[in-house]
Design a protein around this ligand. Structure first.
Ligand SMILES: CC(C)(COP(=O)(O)OP(=O)(O)OC[C@H]1O[C@@H](n2cnc3c(N)ncnc32)[C@H](O)[C@@H]1OP(=O)(O)O)[C@@H](O)C(=O)NCCC(=O)NCCS
Length: 249
């Protein structure tokens, strides 16, 4: 597919440095936002207003999202070891011949470094999900493409012992706010294997639009699996911003 690369149009994005973990929240409306007191960035087009992507931490009601660091290795290893049966069936298989970041601190450090480079390039933003200060899972905004697409994908997992408390939909709502209000994307997709009922519930709770099934879309655990594609555009985000605010922020 001849889609433009993430890096190719970065100069179109105006980054504004801010330490505010809720960029845009509580500021005067400048562009006709549906929520009084909210800044509504323009969507699409060269005049896009983009707020901060420099805040490392994103904050929800109960969850905190921040990039993982090498110092998280022990906690990450413990969760991943404990949850292997719960998680691996929904993930791409690890490539043969590469060190396992679950068992190898250097491989985990390299993974953190790769995420940091993506962050610097603006092609992806990876976060650990923390609940009550404990590492509970991960949430990734990845595959960002600029140009006329302005699209990204969200992926996630949570420790089995944290499942069922709505932490993932809350984390997703926080990541969507970041994607639309800070990164300035126009569309976010979540792709889910049809039989993954818990993950589909997450998309339903966020009222994402179900767009159909992409056949043999991703290779998961060694099998080319169909995926149900869910999506939300910036227009839909701003229409429902008040509801998301009440429910998740
Ligand atoms: C999908 C996943 C991230 C959902 O996270 P979560 O924080 O538990 O999300 P929620 O609390 O909103 O629960 C969603 C649904 O999961 C199901 N669920 C809840 N607790 C569960 C448990 N202990 N075991 C299995 N399913 C459970 C329920 O159907 C729930 O829907 P409900 O709230 O309407 O009852 C999590 O199940 C997970 O990490 N699964 C393994 C990895 C995975 O599937 N990743 C996503 C790939 S697309």
């Amino acid at each position: 597919m001849g889609s433009p690369s993430a890096a190719g149009t970065r100069e179109r994005v105006r980054h504004v440095t801010s330490a505010d973990p809720h960029p845009g929240a509580g500021r005067p409306s400048t562009a006709g936002g549906t929520q009084p007191g909210r800044t509504r960035p323009e969507v699409g087009g060269e005049g896009r207003v983009v707020m901060s992507t420099s805040s490392a931490e994103l904050v929800g009601r109960r969850v905190r999202l921040r990039p993982l660091a090498v110092t998280d290795f022990a906690a990450w290893r413990d969760v991943r070891r404990r949850s292997a049966d719960w998680l691996l069936k929904w993930e791409p298989a690890r490539l043969d011949g590469y060190p396992d970041p679950v068992e190898d601190r250097q491989a985990f450090a390299a993974r953190c470094g790769a995420r940091e480079r993506e962050r610097q390039l603006g092609s992806g933003y990876g976060f650990g999900v923390f609940v009550g200060g404990r590492l509970a899972g991960e949430m990734n905004l990845s595959g960002i493409q600029r140009g006329p697409f302005q699209n990204g994908f969200i992926g996630y997992w949570i420790d089995e012992s944290f499942a069922g408390h709505g932490y993932t939909p809350e984390g997703c709502a926080v990541a969507l706010r970041f994607a639309f209000e800070s990164v300035g994307l126009h569309r976010i997709q979540i792709s889910i294997i049809p039989r993954n009922a818990p993950s589909r519930r997450v998309a339903e709770k966020l009222r994402l639009r179900e767009e159909g099934v992409a056949v043999r879309f991703l290779e998961i655990n060694g099998v080319w699996e169909d995926h149900v594609c869910y999506a939300i555009t910036a227009e839909e985000w701003w229409e429902r911003r008040g509801d998301y605010e009440q429910e998740w922020f």
